[in-house]
Design a binder for this molecule. Sequence first.
Ligand SMILES: [Zn+2]
Length: 263
Amino acid sequence: MDIRLLALLVPAVSLCQATLAAPPKKKLLLVSHTAGFRHEEGIAAGERTLAEIGERSGAFSVAYCRTADDVKKMLTPEYLNAEKFDGVVFLNTTGDIGVPDLKAFIRWIETGKAFIGMHAATDTYHGNDDYLNLIGDAFVTHGRQCTIEPLVQDPKHPATVDWPRGTKIHEEVYIFKRNDRSKVHVLLYLDKTPDDGRPEANQPGDCLLAWNKVQGKGRVFYTAFGHRGDVWDNEVIRVHMLGGIRWALGLAKGDAKPGPAKP
Ligand SMILES: [Zn+2]
């Protein structure tokens, strides 16, 4: 071969090998269809952020499920298996989004897939016990946006291992129906109610913010963050979300047993 041609080819070959050496390990479907309130800002920022952290970490690639027709077509075990998805993210979904067979979808998760909920994922399928038991809790209310200082419950879990103590975040803070530490493995919490202008504001309490759990062979990670666009740009939150997602995808180890009891 002409040596000049070889010189041209070598960098191209190296580039190909570098690309082939690190394909995204897993594949996630980002579901953002809403049947109730729509978080336009949180959905746009969430889609962009999750695609970025998946690509930069090499942990996962994403595809999108945005409309009622997408949900009908994509959220079936047959489609998810055929397209080789490793998990699904409910990204600020609200209401009854129209999963064709919710029980069958949950059984698909239980075969060893990841189910990840962001913010309004707990404002989805209200009154459906199967969904409540999958995600672990249901949104009840929130007051005005306020600044909180989340406390780390499990400093070893990939979702919280890098959380800097004392981090303050301005966000809409969800209050949950169960708020029950015996149902989920608590990752982040507040030791008082948020200063959100409600009559119950800024009083001693125990408010859960992020958790994980195992269902069947499936892994569930939920974080209440993701309302405000700038929260998705917060590096602490991005690292928290990537850690939780990596755990749910089986790429990182972490405890999932329910609890602990209120400290
Ligand atoms: Zn919200």
